[in-house]
Design a protein around this ligand. Sequence first.
Ligand code: RP5
Length: 188
Amino acid sequence: MAVRTRGGRKAARSRAVRRPELAGRQRARSGVPRVAILMGSASDWEVMKAAADVLDVLGVAHEVRVTSAHRTPDRHRAFVAAAEERGFEVIIAGAGGAAHLAGVTAALTLLPVLGVPIESSPLSGLDALLSTVQMPGGIPVGTLAIGRAGAKNAGLLAAAILARKDPALRMALAAFRRQQTRAVPERP
Ligand code: RP5
């Protein structure tokens, strides 16, 4: 999978403040990526794309990489070791099976790590959920739900973390919630 860098931090900030619902698309053009989306296999992308999509909507620059903790350990270590210096603020890590990607990532950085268990094994993601969520005390992984909902929520949670120090992003997040509420019909 190719490296993808999307979104931007400062671009169109003033327009974003005036029209928060447009903030994402306008800001999702250029800039230093703030969120890294890592996955253990290119086959995880179908699920992890949900994180990238919601970050796009909110205009949060992100980079997507396949770095397996067991198949490409050197690539993984090198990426995570450099992540903070490169300007990343949150890392999302999705993996299936005996999923140690998020835990290994968290062990290598002080950045917050959000784990997404992927339902790629015969156990439908329950193995990945337990592997990701059951971190021994000392190295935290914020674990989301199995699969696409978890990936989407990882993107939203990453944005919420960044929004604490980014008023335009906070407004974009609020606009996202309003739009979500409006989209719920009163009757089926
Ligand atoms: C894990 O093994 C990956 O995160 C993926 O979910 C699973 C299967 O990988 P592939 O065999 O499809 O590459 O490491």
